[in-house]
Design a protein around this ligand. Sequence first.
Ligand SMILES: [Zn+2]
Length: 148
Amino acid sequence: MSHPPTEFDSGIETLRVVPYYGKHARYFRMARAVSEESLYEGYHHGALLVKGGSILSASPNRGGLCSFGSRFYPYKKGSPTPHAEIGCILGVDRSVTTGATVYVCRVGKQGDFRLSKPCEMCVGTLRYVGVRRVVWSVDENHCAIGRL
Ligand SMILES: [Zn+2]
C-alpha cells in the first residue's frame, strides 16, 4: 500500500499503513469514544497515550490557546488550539511519556475515521517529551504507524 496522502510535511516518518486489527482496532475504538468528548467546533480528534500495553492518558482536542504547544508552533499566523495529541501528554511525567506511543484519530460527522496525521506542532511537542511512535487514522479502514 502506498503512503497516506500528506497535507503538509510534519516531519514524521511513516513506517507502515495497516488495517485496524488487534490492539490497533481496540485503541482506535477508544480514541473514537474520546473524540466524542470534543467540544471544538471544527474537527473532532481523540488521542491516547499508550505504554506497555496500558492506556495512561486520553484527550480530545479542545478550543482555546495551547501555551505548551505554542513553542513548537511553526506558523506565522494564528495561535494553536490544544490538539488531542498534546492534551494526552500534558501533566504526564516525562518518565512516562518517554518511549510511549500516541494513538490519534480524527472522526467525521458520520463517525467515520479521517486522516489525522500529526501536525508540525504536535510532532515537535511529542518529540520533546520523548514519545517514540504515533499511530494515526488514515481512513475508515487504515491507520499509519510513524516514528518520531
Ligand atoms: Zn497537531
